[in-house]
Design a protein around this ligand. Structure first.
Ligand code: SF4
Ligand code: SF4
Length: 93
């Protein structure tokens, strides 16, 4: 297990079932996007390709580790921090 995997192992998730804090703003932009840097940039694999042409990406927001990086790599991603009590908790290893 490398150092990053060790860090991930101490994260606990409390997902908000009623509010998705990571969103794609416009699916049409994703349809035309060739680089799709979100697929490789997100350390937690939140963005996955879908087989649906109208909605080319799945957003698995419940596994987001709240690094905030997606705000920097694509204007078509709307990231907010989860509401209080939800999201990730980092435990001392
Ligand atoms: S979220 Fe951004 S980087 Fe990812 S496919 Fe859509 S436009 Fe491209
Ligand atoms: S905040 Fe980080 S972990 Fe969450 S979706 Fe964005 S890049 Fe992925």
């Amino acid at each position: 297990m490398n150092q990053f995997d060790e860090q991930l192992a101490v994260i606990r998730f409390q997902p908000d079932e009623e509010w998705q804090h990571v969103l794609i703003l416009d699916d049409a932009i994703c349809q035309k996007c060739r680089a799709k840097q979100c697929l490789t940039f997100c350390p937690s694999g939140v963005f996955r390709e879908s087989t649906e042409a109208k909605q080319p990406l799945m957003v698995l927001y419940k596994q987001c580790v709240e690094c905030g990086g997606c705000r920097l790599i694509c204007d078509n991603i709307d990231f907010s921090y989860p509401k209080g009590g939800y999201g990730v908790t980092f435990l001392e290893g």
